[in-house]
Design a binder for this molecule. Structure first.
Ligand code: 6PG
Length: 246
């Protein structure tokens, strides 16, 4: 069952495979439209485990050939502050599943670079964004996001000072272990399209709260993703939608 609430679209798939196929198809379609209109496609990838299958599908022959990778510019919504070959690195996961298998030019790939001081990583990433978006607030064509059981998204965790909107585009989250760097709400909410990928029954309560609110409770981190002039799509499986017993 699909539902639509103005700029918020929810699509429910049988399982992670269906969700991932839809997400990969969405990437390909948005890439084509953006490249036709603007000559390039800017996308921010999500970390966590859920998007892994989406990235693998994008690297398979049919979709790989559909996308004009030379015009794709890849960013990340957040990163763990670990060396690039650490298994916890979001950039490493995307490289292994997707980027090493498609002809995206190396100079178009913009990971959040690990530094001893996460604040330096955040400052460096903001500088990268300023270069790529001509010093104006980035308007990414597509941002993939995941969501945790506590309603966090990217590295915007409940109660974290990173939730407070400041002028920064990327901030450090030193309270996590490992520390994180995340884009901020102003950047997420300036995107053309945000696609949440949410799988599993353990996310059902958090997803319900994001979609429908919860009286007396502050909106969760994910619920505050509301593009000012864009669309949010939730690609979820039946378990996350609370439609199965799992
Ligand atoms: C990360 C993320 C984080 C993730 C959610 C969901 O790097 O971990 O950016 O926000 O998307 O925690 O993770 P799963 O997809 O593994 O459930």
């Amino acid at each position: 069952m699909d539902s639509q609430d103005r700029d918020k679209v929810v699509e429910v798939f049988d399982d992670l495979e269906g969700l991932s196929r839809a997400a990969a198809g969405l990437f390909s379609r948005v890439a084509r439209e953006a490249i036709e209109s603007n000559g390039r496609f800017t996308v921010a990838l999500a970390g966590g485990g859920t998007p892994r299958r989406t990235y693998q599908l994008l690297a398979e022959p049919r979709l790989r050939e559909e996308v004009r990778w030379e015009a794709v510019h890849v960013f990340w919504g957040d990163e763990r502050c670990v060396p690039p070959d650490d298994p916890r690195s979001n950039a490493r996961m995307a490289r292994q599943t997707l980027l090493d298998h498609v002809p995206v030019p190396g100079e178009n790939v913009h990971p959040i670079v690990w530094m001893e001081d996460p604040r330096q990583s955040a400052a460096d990433y903001e500088a990268v964004l300023r270069t790529c978006f001509a010093d104006t607030l980035p308007r990414l064509d597509l941002i993939f996001l995941g969501m945790g059981e506590d309603g966090h998204t990217a590295s915007l965790f409940p109660g974290s000072p990173a939730l407070d909107e400041g002028p920064g585009w990327a901030v450090a989250v030193p309270s996590k272990d490992p520390a994180r760097v995340t884009l901020t709400y102003p950047v997420f909410n300036n995107a053309v399209l945000i696609a949440f990928l949410v799988s599993g029954g353990n996310k059902a309560d958090a997803l319900d709260r994001v979609l429908h609110g919860s009286p007396g409770l502050e909106p969760s981190s994910a619920a505050r993703i509301r593009p000012v002039s864009g669309i949010v799509r939730f690609l979820v499986d039946r378990a996350a939608a609370g439609e199965s017993g799992s």
